[in-house]
Design a protein around this ligand. Structure first.
Ligand SMILES: [Ca+2]
Ligand SMILES: [Ca+2]
Length: 193
């Protein structure tokens, strides 16, 4: 069943909660296309808050650490495809919203090397943004912590963010790194990347 879900998402291109057109007879898509988010928190009204069973709790955050080494875009696609159909929650590369969350990622996932996170300046060079609509109050700042010393350094050449043992860095999007997916209430924001 999980494989079938992933294939369905893939056929429609970039997966998203309000994907269109719906598959004929696909009740789950019909539900998604007709519901609203009256609270404005990104969670779809009336749907259960379900994260995939492969996501587990780390200090209040729901993550899935994947030791498959891949490029940034594939990591994000893989995280998106985890999403439970009919859930009000979303999966995506981890959005690391404050220094406490930086620490959670470091404590649990960077011991075996760098991990891709959902940060990039692929859309507007020099402006690093997250892959979802989550409001992070300007985090990370343009320079200083959580950026590693003298980062971000990449200008037009390094557009994808990863976290390592010493903090964030911007790098080429093409190395093969492990990655961390997150499940939360904020939907994917494809215009950001
Ligand atoms: Ca987060
Ligand atoms: Ca860099």
């Amino acid at each position: 069943m999980l494989v079938l879900t992933a294939c369905r998402f893939g056929f429609e291109g970039r997966p998203g909660p309000f994907d269109a057109p719906s598959f004929a007879g696909d009740s789950t898509d019909s539900v998604r296309d007709s519901v609203v988010d009256s609270v404005g928190d990104g969670a779809i009204d009336g749907l259960p808050a379900l994260c995939p069973v492969t996501y587990t709790n780390y200090s209040g955050h729901k993550y899935r650490y994947d030791t498959m080494s891949t490029i940034w875009t594939t990591a994000q696609t893989n995280c998106l495809s985890d999403q439970v159909m009919g859930s009000s929650l979303y999966t995506h590369l981890a959005v690391v919203g404050d220094m406490a969350e930086v620490g959670v990622i470091q404590s649990n996932f960077t011991g075996n090397g760098n991990v891709w996170i959902g940060l990039s300046d692929r859309s507007v060079d020099g402006t690093f943004v997250w892959v979802t609509t989550e409001a992070t109050a300007g985090f990370p700042p343009a320079t200083g912590g959580p950026w590693t010393t003298n980062e971000p350094s990449g200008n037009t050449g390094e557009n994808c963010g990863y976290e390592g043992a010493f903090g964030f860095n911007d790098g080429l999007c093409t190395p093969n790194f492990h990655y961390v997916c997150e499940c939360d209430t904020s939907p994917d924001a494809p215009a950001n990347y």
